[in-house]
Write a protein that binds this ligand. Sequence first.
Ligand code: SF4
Length: 282
Amino acid sequence: MGNDQGYKGYNLDEAEKNRILSAFQMPDYQSRPVDEAAISARKAQDPAFARWMRVNVHPHKNPERAVIDITVKGTDRMPGDNTADEMDKLADLTERYSMDEIRVTFVQNLVMPHVARADIIALYDELVAMGLTQGLQEMASDIICCPGLDYCNLANARSLPIAEKVTERFKDPALREAIGSLRINMSGCINACGHHHSGHIGILGVDKKGVEAYQITLGGSTSNEASIGQIIGPAVSGEEVPDAIETLVKAYMDIRDEDETFLQTWRRVGKEPFKEALYGVA
Ligand code: SF4
């Protein structure tokens, strides 16, 4: 059935089609002319702002607006944790800058979908004051992590303190940008609430005869070409995880082709170079 408006395969009558479309109306955006010269000038003076603009600010259908990722990650917090005071402040910012709409993402971050570009500098300054510009979206410190053994009865191993140590290793934003797109996900047991299986690097807490240990997987992805991460070798101890992740990232940086992401390198070269870097030659 279908028609020529993108409903191919669905037998929808006009009334049903209009009912569905009515749920996806664009908000009533007031025109807010933007001073792009002021944004460019700030980028030139402030490398942190320039980096945040490159990584956390995304184009919008309306050229006067932007979609902004607020990465709730950093060395001052557990992944995805906001305090009650921060939530109050974020509610206020959402009202003022994002037409009262904010969303929580499955990567434990927040998105403001309707920010006027005219307000970007003001919003950035407010987020800096809250410590919410430390994280860079989809980069090494933007770790998804479940509560693990500290808070979950089902866990095999702790996850939050391990994620904290890994985050610490990648706290330099210039290093994170040099590494590029890298999703690290961690779960405290096979239930996979931290989506370890779909991380470019996955860390899974396991119980080895009563001792906490961590299995490392590589190559998971939730992109259109989705894949499940593959175990690359024997589990390591909690103390060894940060070194192991650093070793794998270094191996990637050594063997990547120009502009190749971690996932692309993994798909090109496969398991062996990473396994060798982590466990040595057999
Ligand atoms: S993955 Fe396991 S440990 Fe983590 S929250 Fe889920 S059930 Fe708990």
